[in-house]
Design a protein around this ligand. Structure first.
Ligand SMILES: *Cc1c(COP(=O)(O)O)cnc(C)c1O
Length: 375
């Protein structure tokens, strides 16, 4: 393990838990569907390089990203398997993406033309996946008139573009079956209009979709949040926690009735209290909304966050917890003895979702991987 005794705060990542979550998903959908781990946004905040190195052990079909630079970074890291850019790219990114051999999700005829001409200029084939909009509304060809844009696709293919896959994206799989089935039906209708060959790579479900309706897993599943230990939705199986966030006690004080803490002095001691300042704040990605609302773990006990969280420091009330010393480790996300704070608990307190908590963990926090080769 890397030494971190000098760090004031850090993110700990459990590589073996990440792999176990991946194998749970694989078991749920069965051997007929491949995994496309989504590693966009720095692998949901875990760190791109170590995440990819860990997940390569399960031989995924490829990796999913959202941007050109994420795809290029994967190539720089030596990834040779397919890299799929699922989000639409700005026109000026197309050529570099084709040059790097990234597979591109395509959502409109204009992008098809851009890929085609980029492939000609660069002198290499371009692999595309046709995205079909069955309700997400942010990207994809409209499912209703798939037939009417088939000719653009045929033209592109004549000019050397390879049609490598077709997909759609679910908008509410975390909430229930009904919309998933409706989107599936729309998607099938579009595939029919497009005459998609039976052996084409087809991918529809995200983590929530795979867990809720594994029979829709098709050739591959695009999964993120469950791998990284975030809940995919209420009522769905919980993943094993993967990410912990820890911070050290960097200051302690005895507070007396009337003493205040933090910007705005929003917390006031009612009697004698014992406060500890942790070396972590919203500049590290801890939501400011947790001020006077959230809690942390220290010595296996919960301590409430008091006052507003500032950029670099969070203060907690440790009056109930004996023997806390400078340098002791507090847990903002993760386990400490028998107590646990999940990503989703924090997300709920901060009025958001686990995805935003994970992707918001700032680069200021070192990522310490446990159970990875060589550490
Ligand atoms: C991010 C993303 C996913 C992964 O979703 P999870 O809910 O994290 O499993 C799948 N497909 C697309 C198009 C995405 O953008």
């Amino acid at each position: 393990m890397l030494t971190n005794s000098r760090d004031r705060a850090w993110v700990e990542i459990q590589a073996d838990a990440l792999l176990r979550n991946a194998s749970v998903l694989q078991q749920v959908v069965g051997p007929g569907s491949e995994l496309i781990p989504m590693v966009k946004a720095n692998a949901y905040g875990l760190g791109l390089s170590a995440t990819v190195r860990t997940l390569e052990a399960i031989n995924p079909w490829g990796f999913g990203v959202a941007t050109l630079s994420e795809g290029l970074e994967l190539r720089r890291l030596g990834v040779t398997c397919p890299i799929l850019v699922v989000s639409p790219l700005p026109p000026a990114s197309t050529e570099l993406a084709v040059e790097a051999g990234l597979q591109l999700g395509i959502s409109n005829p204009e992008s098809l033309r851009l890929v085609t001409s980029a492939a000609e200029r660069v002198g290499r084939a371009a692999d595309i996946h046709i995205e079909i909009d069955t309700g997400i509304g942010r990207a994809g060809f409209n499912w209703k008139d798939a037939g009417s844009w088939k000719r653009y696709l045929d033209d592109a293919i004549k000019l050397g573009v390879r049609w490598a896959g077709s997909y759609t994206h679910l908008h509410s799989a975390d909430e229930g079956h009904d919309t998933v089935l409706e989107q599936w039906t729309r998607f099938q209708e579009a595939l029919r209009q497009l005459d998609v060959p039976d052996n084409m790579l087809v991918h529809v479900v995200n983590s929530a979709g795979a867990l809720r309706l594994p029979e829709l897993a098709a050739s591959a599943i695009r999964t993120g949040i469950f791998l990284y230990g975030g809940s995919a939705g209420v009522g769905l199986p919980d993943p094993e926690p993967v990410v912990s966030v820890r911070a050290r006690v960097v200051h302690m004080r005895q507070a007396h009735a009337g003493d205040t803490v933090g910007y705005g002095a929003t917390y006031r001691a009612e009697s004698n209290e014992h406060w500890a300042s942790l070396g972590i704040g919203y500049g590290d990605g801890i939501p400011r909304l947790l001020g006077n609302r959230g809690s942390i773990l220290i010595h296996g006990c919960r301590a409430p966050i008091i006052g507003r969280i500032s950029m670099d420091v969070t203060v907690v009330n440790i009056s109930e917890i004996p023997n806390v010393s400078l340098g002791d480790i507090a847990t903002l996300i993760g386990s400490d003895k028998d107590e646990q704070i999940t990503v989703d608990e924090i997300a709920e307190q901060a009025d958001t979702i686990g995805y935003e908590i994970l992707t918001g963990l700032s680069p200021r926090l070192p990522r310490i991987w446990k159970g990875l080769d060589g550490q």
